[in-house]
Design a protein around this ligand. Sequence first.
Ligand code: FAD
Length: 317
Amino acid sequence: MKVTEHIEKAKGEPLFSFEIIPPVKGRSIQELYDNIGPLMEFNPPFIDVTTSREEYVYIDRDGLLDKKLTRMRPGTLGICASIKHKYDVDTVPHVLCGGFTKEETEYLLVDCHYLGIDNVMALRGDAMKEEKYFAPTNGGHQFASDLVQQIQQLNCGNYLHEVIETDNCSDFCIGVAGYPEKHMEAPSLKSDLKRLKEKIDLGADYVVTQMFFDNKKFFDFVDAARKMGINVPIIPGIKPIAVKRHLQLLPQVFRVDIPEELIEAVEECKDNKAVRQVGIEWCIQQSQELKAAGVPVLHYYSMGKSDNIKAIAREVF
Ligand code: FAD
């Protein structure tokens, strides 16, 4: 079922969902199940599975370093299929521009269709670790909006190199990313919102936001988006702080601000166990306020660990 249909069916009651990251290759999928299992009692209608692009690794060959390109966390689609099968829940694979040619994207979408996957999250992806700026893959897309367009075309039977008249077209519901504190490369929040509007106008069905720690940023973002004519569901993405290092890491990687009150509470903690508890309590407050404001879904970035998400969900749902 489509994410938008789940939202309609809930009739204003906020839903619980979360995002997981595939394990590093060589690890067991059981680790994922061990983290997903405890969250199933909160009835997530869908679970997002991230995609990581390729990266360089250096292999030591008798003192000489051999540089190889590899994907450290492959398996997004396989994980989506296995979770869907095991828990009978919808899964949303993240589809990236970076690291994929348009042809590879088409094959991936065809596989999604065969697997009965109804939703995809269309994202540009970040620059490779060694690169300062995002550079499109040869034969790939530059912006998420181009990817949205390709998915929409496929929904109409328009493949890259041929138009196929069929009564078995895909009908993907398309999610895209939004940034309450603006995307790091955007010159302003307004210009970023215009880009978001382009994605919606090209056929995206809903928005999931980057994490934020101050709900006002989300509410202002939704107001501005509505004024600009973005009328699709906007789903807040939130994450509990879990370790002290997040105070530096999250602003650096995701360009998000952390409120002074939260910084002080984390800094006062003696160890990361206490930090985890502060993160849980902050996230419960955020969630309750968002829920009271009538958001359609509360979407949690689990980062592979579910104990804190479970503690939050128990208080909120
Ligand atoms: P876009 O919408 O293409 O925007 C990128 C930048 O380009 C923005 O600054 C925008 O304002 C600008 N822009 C857009 N169109 C144009 C145009 N036509 N001309 C000029 N400028 C333009 N990353 C992963 O690698 N894997 C994941 O699984 C993943 N999941 C995510 C899930 C969510 C909910 C979010 C919020 C982010 C996720 N990301 C993921 C991170 C994301 O890939 C990065 O934030 C990336 O840098 C931007 O992706 P986007 O889809 O927002 O890009």
